[in-house]
Design a protein around this ligand. Structure first.
Ligand code: NAP
Length: 290
């Protein structure tokens, strides 16, 4: 299937990886950073989107704590911006894949927690989560067949994401405190991008999907797995409660995502999170301690 893939937020961790992977698969790629395409500019999409394109919106205001004090900016990027893109895609006859988040869920359960399915009720706790949910709604209001892809705890292993930070701490000494009461689905960017490219190839893929590595882990467990993976002593990672490490934005205590809907749609669900982490650490080590 031949199409051009147009990527917003191409300077971010997902956008960069997607542009590289799409390019290496021989796709025609137009990758635009925020300086080229500011998605809050309602007219900008019209300058870049052509009929038949597959637009992947990787642009977002992702500073979860910062959104608490910049709600208008977060809304402009996470809710209004995706709406502008969806309207232009609808008019141009282009497809849209829009990325959303596990933070649209509250993580509060009456009984035992279980991974969220696509039709579970949302209930974001933070400004970031609320604006991302509003973005999902704006996209589907303008283009009901757009693919909204919720993912969670995305990492590359290099730069400043959680796994990269843990790698650096593992190389040092002494104890490292990590929250034990936030549980989610750690997701390797390479596996997310593979699923995005599969969805790009499938116009009939469902309008709402969860893409995350299989399984659930607390941040504490994830950190210990990183230490183990790089040959450091995992016992150095010590559990701490969220209430002892207060942050401006509330995080869901449990936000693992079920990929049952992906399997049902004939798409390939990402592998278990520990397998993905092993590969990510090998790749990150190969790139040096960035
Ligand atoms: N990372 C995670 O753990 C995670 C988890 C769940 C969902 N997601 C979702 O995954 C998607 C990709 O996130 P990411 O992890 O790649 O985040 P990221 O590394 O922070 O990248 C976001 C990109 O969006 C760009 N951006 C911000 N405002 C923009 C605007 N007005 N117009 C155009 N571009 C703009 C940023 O550019 P500048 O730096 O130039 O501002 C940045 O390059 C987002 O939808 C995010 O909500 C991420």
């Amino acid at each position: 299937m031949s199409y051009r893939i147009v990527i917003t937020g191409a300077g971010g961790q997902v956008g960069r990886f997607l542009a590289a992977q799409a390019g290496s698969r021989g796709l025609d790629v137009l990758a635009l950073t925020s300086s080229k395409w500011d998605i809050t500019d309602a007219d900008a999409a019209g300058r870049f989107v052509a009929p038949g394109d597959v637009v992947v919106n990787c642009a977002a205001y992702t500073a979860v704590d910062g959104a608490e004090t910049e709600p208008e900016r977060a809304h402009a990027v996470n809710a209004a911006g995706p709406g502008h893109i969806a309207r232009v895609c609808a008019k141009a006859g282009a497809r849209l894949i829009h990325i959303s988040t596990d933070y649209v869920f509250s993580g509060q359960f009456d009984g035992a927690p279980r991974p969220y399915d696509i039709d579970d009720p949302t209930g974001p706790l933070s400004v970031y989560g609320k604006t991302k949910l509003a973005g999902e709604q704006a996209v589907h209001a303008a283009l009901p067949e757009a693919h909204v892809v919720r993912t969670s705890w995305v990492y590359t292993g290099v730069g400043s994401d959680f796994v990269a930070v843990m790698r650096r701490l593992a190389a040092g000494e002494g104890p490292v405190k990590v929250v034990v009461d936030q549980v989610g689905s750690p997701t390797y960017v390479g596996d997310l991008v593979a699923a995005l490219l599969q969805i790009a190839d499938r116009p009939a893929a469902p309008p709402l999907l969860h893409v995350a590595n299989e399984g659930a882990a607390s941040r504490f467990e994830q950190a210990r797995a990183v230490f183990e993976g790089v040959g450091a002593d995992p016992q150095r990672v010590q559990p701490v409660a969220t209430e002892d490490m207060p942050r401006p934005a509330a995080r869901p205590p449990y936000s693992a995502l079920s990929t049952r809907d992906l399997t049902a749609a004939g798409l390939t669900p990402p592998r278990p999170w520990r397998d993905a982490l092993t590969e990510a650490l090998a790749n990150a080590t190969g790139e040096g301690n960035k």
